[in-house]
Structures are given as structure tokens and as C-alpha cells.
Design a protein around this ligand. Sequence first.
Ligand code: ADP
Ligand code: MG
Ligand code: ZN
Length: 501
Amino acid sequence: MTAVAEIMDYDELLERFDPVLGLEVHVELSTATKMFCGCATDFGAEPNTQVCPVCLGMPGALPVVNGTAVESAIRIGLALNCRVAEWCRFARKNYFYPDMPKNFQTSQYDEPIVFDGYLDVVLDDGETFRVEIERAHMEEDTGKSMHVGGAAGRIHGAEHTLMDYNRAGVPLIEIVTKPIVGAGERAPEVARAYVTALRDLLRSMRVSDVRMDQGSLRCDANVSLSPKGSAEFGTRTETKNVNSLRSVERAVRYEMRRHAGVLTAGGTIVQETRHFDESTASTSAGRPKETAEDYRYFPEPDLVPIAPSNEWIEQLRETLPELPWERRKRVQQDWQLSDEELRDLVNAGALDLVAATVDAGASPAEARSWWVAYLSQQANTQGVELEALAITPEQVARVIELVSEGKLTHKLARQVVDGVLAGKGDPDEVVATEGIEVVSDDSALQAAVDEALAAQPDVADKIRGGKVQAAGAVVGAVMKATQGQADAKRVRELVLAACGQ
Ligand code: ADP
Ligand code: MG
Ligand code: ZN
């Protein structure tokens, strides 16, 4: 029996090893039809209602390539600074699995449509890390298995399995990085930042809805360790099922620590797939890794090769939208942000939301302040992404408008936002039903001001003697007494007037 190696402390492993990463990202394209047939691709349809002889692998059924999918693949390649193959083919990757009725996956092997690119990734501190892209190739998705009767939908202990072939044949692009070296302690962060940057890029291009939770963007994380300073790569493991950005980071970190423990205890790393478990943030062994030979790849005889002309490639380049890094640059200029402000905005995942709030009429500074500060805190407390909060950019813009019209103080505005988040309706409805309004009625305020001055006679004397800065303490007391409903500017005027200033 071999001793179970300890998971090594992160800092300790960094003293002994250098990590190497390899990220494989599968993206489901949001084309209307499948890769090789005319079936629809809508997510969540009744099982087996979007199928035909081609995607069910019936004998004699012949595939036809989806032109839009090829265009998307080329456009993705161009956005990733790749070269486009002058000529390439599809290949059959042969293996049996019940979710794949043809018994082979139509993919690309040694002739990917695009290759040799890079993506510059912005890290949390604003630094840029270049991730080199090995290739991106076209393939098709498999169907979905539902294991019934076992725990948590796993195959172990299941009584039977149901098959849904709606997803079989949906176009996929697999984007594979070159080995990522030199990330050191930041390797888990680089992995997360890369997948984030890729997701944002693909979203801006509208080629996929890039939902990790729905599987339209999936990441496999390869990790190996080399002894510190050695240029030779160690044996890698490939962690599957990493279905959130946070999990990408956690899976890489865990595998680094596990490898270090095994290697330091004198053990060897087995090249295998691993399964990431969200609840324990750890991985468990999957299957030993096949080699390419096992798949008996051969060129697909039923499909013609693809030979994109330069003219077509240039036309596709023209269709690229403003890409995320270009947009960030423009926004920084338009809104006059410092590098740090831009970084905070991007890190908060608030760029789209702020832009939409500005489009709805708010000033960039106010919009940014709401999303990056107060609303980010609320999202954090609720444990959800910023965009999942129950408030729209239009509603935030309306709150900002109410403040600028003097109908809400900042404190009241937060109450209104809380009401919207709690599902109590639009800002105007919350204001009406909760009776939230600024007290600017002088007679009501005057009484509170007199009371506050009487309670702090020494401060009142200072103000009378010309120290107008001292008024802040009295204004604060009045705001407190009126539960933030007072108009602070008006209170200050009343305080000064009462002291003859
Ligand atoms: P597979 O068919 O096994 O999935 P791929 O070539 O599709 O292989 O992907 C392997 C990924 O792992 C690539 O991103 C590659 O750069 C990366 N990689 C290769 N060797 C190593 C290694 N020793 N350590 C970490 N990553 C590696
Ligand atoms: Mg692969
Ligand atoms: Zn079909």
C-alpha cells in the first residue's frame, strides 16, 4: 500500500516547483443549426426533439458543413491573432460512448482551421500576461446522458441511463493554449483571467452565449510541475468539469498542491483526467489519459476540405466588432478614468452594467460609483455575480436622477435601491410605497437644527466665532435625528444661519 501524500502548502510548493498550465476551452457556437445538419440548437428543448438521421448517425446519412460555424471559427481565430489554415480537413476521432451515436466524433486533428495566436490577459493588479494559443479547431458536441437512480446524477450506483441527443452535433470550437510557463505563484490567477478574457472576447463577438453554468463554455485545466529552475515539463493531469471561473482558479491551485505533495513524497503523477468537486474544492481521479493513437484518427471522407481564400478571410476580419481591449481603451478615454479606476471597474465585472447605466442617462462617475461600490457589496453579500442582482441599469439611472433632482439624499437612495433589490418594484414605486422623501421643509428642519445646537453648545459657540467647518458635527447630528431624510445642504445653511454666519 502506498502512503497517501499530503497536499502541500502553497507557499512551500512555490519554493520547490514551477507550474506549467495548459487550458482547453470548448465553446458551443450559438448558430441556429447544428454543425453538419439542419437541426435546431435551442437549449432546454424536450429531449430528442432536435434530431435527424445525420446527427443520430443513421447508416447512409451524409453531413454538410455549417458555413456560419466555419465563419465563426475563422473570426475567433482572427480575434486571437491566429494564422488561418490555407487548407484543412475534418477528421474522425473514433471511440464508443452512448452519447455519441456515430461512434466517432467529427473533429479536426493535425489540420486545425486556425493556429499560432495569443491572447493578452489582464491580471487583477492591472498587469498583462500573454497566453499563447496553440490552435483552435472545429468539432461537434456529444449528446447528454442522464444517469437515473444513483446519487447526484453520477453513473456509479445508477439504475439506468436516459439519452438526449439534442446536443449531439452542436458546433463546438476547441481553443487550446500552448504550455503556459512563467506564471509562477500567479498560475491559478492566470488560468482564471485567461478564461475570463476568452469569455468576454467571445461574448463581444456574439458567437456563443458563453454560459459556463449551462455548459456552453467548458474548461479543462492541464497542470504539471517542474522542479524549480528545470526546463523539463512534468507529467500533467487534466481536470475536467470545471464549470465556473472561480473553480478554474481553485482547481489549478489544488492540483498544484496535490502534485507537489505526491512528488515530494517520492511518488509519480499519473497522466489522467481528474474530476473537480465544487463542494470540497478538490479533485479525484477520472480515467487514464488516452493517447492520440488510441483514437485512430483519419481524415473524414464524407466532407470536403476547407480552403478559405484570402479575400474571404479579409471580409471576415472586417466583421469583427470592437473587441474588449479596444473597448476598455475607448471607455477609459471617454470617461476619463485612471488606470486604477479602469482596473477596478473591470475587476468588478461592471463595465457592461455601467455602460448601460450611462446609456440610460446617468453620468459615468455616478454610474461607476453605484456599481463598483454599493451594488458590488450587495452582490458579494448575496453571493451572486453583479449582473445577477435584481436591479437593472435603467433603475440605477433613475435612482441617480432622483438624487440629482434633490428628491433623494444618498442615504435615501440606498434605501430605494435596497427596496428594488428586495423586489418591491421600480425606484418610483419604492419611493411611493415606502414614503421615502427628503425632508426639506424648513420648519421641520429648523426644530432639529435648534435641538442639535442646544445639545452641542461649545460647537455652536465655535461656529458663532467664525469656525464654519465646525458645522459638520451639527449637520451630522441633524441627519442622524432625521434618519438621513434631511437635505444635508439645506441643513448646513440653516445651521450657519442660526449661528449668524
Ligand atoms: P489532449 O488531447 O490530451 O487534451 P491537447 O493537446 O488537446 O491534449 O491539450 C493539452 C493541453 O495541455 C495543451 O494546452 C498543452 O499546451 C498543455 N500541456 C501539454 N503538456 C503539458 C504539461 N506537461 N503540463 C501542463 N500542460 C501541458
Ligand atoms: Mg484536447
Ligand atoms: Zn440533425
